[in-house]
Design a protein around this ligand. Structure first.
Ligand SMILES: C[S@@+](CC[C@H](N)C(=O)[O-])C[C@H]1O[C@@H](n2cnc3c(N)ncnc32)[C@H](O)[C@@H]1O
Length: 354
């Protein structure tokens, strides 16, 4: 790590240790590996309320909660919101052994079969698909945070069983023989419930909403901005990679009608966002900086994306009246194939604008 002279405070070990217990979801752009740096930055910034409007895997919201902030999480996708409800909004509910057993082994309560019918031969084994349908028939009878926990475990289990955690290809092209790809999904589910149960702890009151980042209420001491990084020659579409998890998080309630039946994977349509294109991202970031100018803005961005860090520094200076501080870290991305390996090494910036 190379960092400019920023006087970072030590973070209480317990907060970071708690954050590192967050169940690990393979997610594009997730900041698990930056937790120690972000924890120091948040400690330095201080305050009591924080907004994480691009929550993604939810790990940074969870870190902020562990550091004692009242956290408001947000994402334009549903499943990240469910994960943050399970681990941040939820202060003390856990699923009992009996509840887990009934979801994992109890069988289908209402005969639903949307997943088995729609994804036959595409994703997961027939037994796994039967499990997903029957698990949902039982989860639908749960309420509140227990329901969030069960959905979070189902999402995590599906992601762990899918090669590389993304749903852009069907079949087992990336099957490298790992046990996790062959373990039955209901067994994954039991392990994932355990992981979420273990992550539950009591902190300050937290909230989580689905919606556009720029529509979040600008009233917190700290705002952590971790938008999709717009690459110069590629796309950064989250739904293209994780649409199955999005559908699974509400049993395709909002997307059943829009399942693209003429596609090989039966995916959901992409959901456009101004952060998805190099042509629109700069204006979208400018609008965010303006909206949250009353808070300390902590921004994550990458050197392999547009706009450049110099542009971002200038934009923040314009809004805040003084230059932000900057930390840069060498970062190796797990995503990408050999063909675009050059993009895997990048500098990860954290800009801090008080
Ligand atoms: C870089 S990821 C965030 C990663 C997260 N900090 C973590 O550590 O896992 C960006 C997130 O922004 C979300 N997103 C994309 N466009 C959005 C928008 N216009 N409003 C809110 N969320 C958006 C994506 O769904 C994705 O979860």
């Amino acid at each position: 790590m190379s960092s400019q002279q920023l006087p970072l405070l030590e973070v209480p070990v317990t907060a970071l240790a708690q954050a590192q217990r967050y169940p690990r979801l393979r997610y594009m752009g997730s900041k698990y590996r930056l937790l120690p740096t972000l924890a120091k930055v948040f400690e330095e910034v201080g305050g009591s309320t924080a907004l994480d409007p691009f929550a993604g895997s939810g790990v940074v919201s969870y870190l902020l909660k562990a550091q004692g902030f009242e956290v408001t999480s947000r994402d334009y996708l549903n499943f990240p919101v469910t994960l943050t409800k399970a681990a941040c909004v939820n202060q003390r509910q856990r699923l009992s052994k009996d509840e887990v057993r009934s979801i994992a082994e109890g069988g289908n309560l209402d005969g639903r079969d949307f997943i088995s019918r729609t994804y036959r031969g595409r994703f997961f084994t027939p037994e796994d698909q039967l499990f997903l349908d029957s698990a949902w028939s039982r989860i639908d009878r749960l309420q509140g945070e227990k329901r969030d926990l069960a959905i979070a475990a189902l999402v995590l289990a599906a992601a762990r069983k899918q090669p590389r955690g993304v749903f852009t290809v069907t079949g087992l092209r990336y099957d490298d023989g790992r046990d996790s790809l062959h373990k039955p999904l209901n067994e994954h589910f039991v392990g994932c419930v355990q992981a979420w149960n273990d992550a539950v702890f009591e902190g300050q009151r937290c909230q989580s909403f689905r919606g556009e980042a720029v529509e979040a209420t600008p009233s917190t001491d700290l705002v952590y901005l971790d938008p999709p990084y717009a690459p110069p020659n590629d796309d950064n579409d989250y739904l293209k990679r994780y649409w199955f998890l999005e559908g699974l998080s509400d049993y395709w309630e909002h997307g059943t009608a829009s399942v693209m039946h003429d596609t090989l994977t039966r995916k959901l349509p992409k959901r456009p966002t101004a952060f998805g294109s190099k042509r629109t991202i700069e204006a979208a970031l400018a609008a965010l900086f303006e909206r949250f100018s009353g808070s300390t803005i902590v921004l994550s961005y990458g050197s392999n994306a547009v706009p450049s860090v110099d542009t971002l520094m200038a934009m923040l200076r314009d809004v805040k009246g003084s230059a932000p501080e900057i930390i840069d870290l060498q970062h190796r991305y797990h995503f990408g194939t050999h063909r675009n390996a050059a993009r895997r090494e990048a500098t990860e910036y954290v800009l801090i604008a008080p």
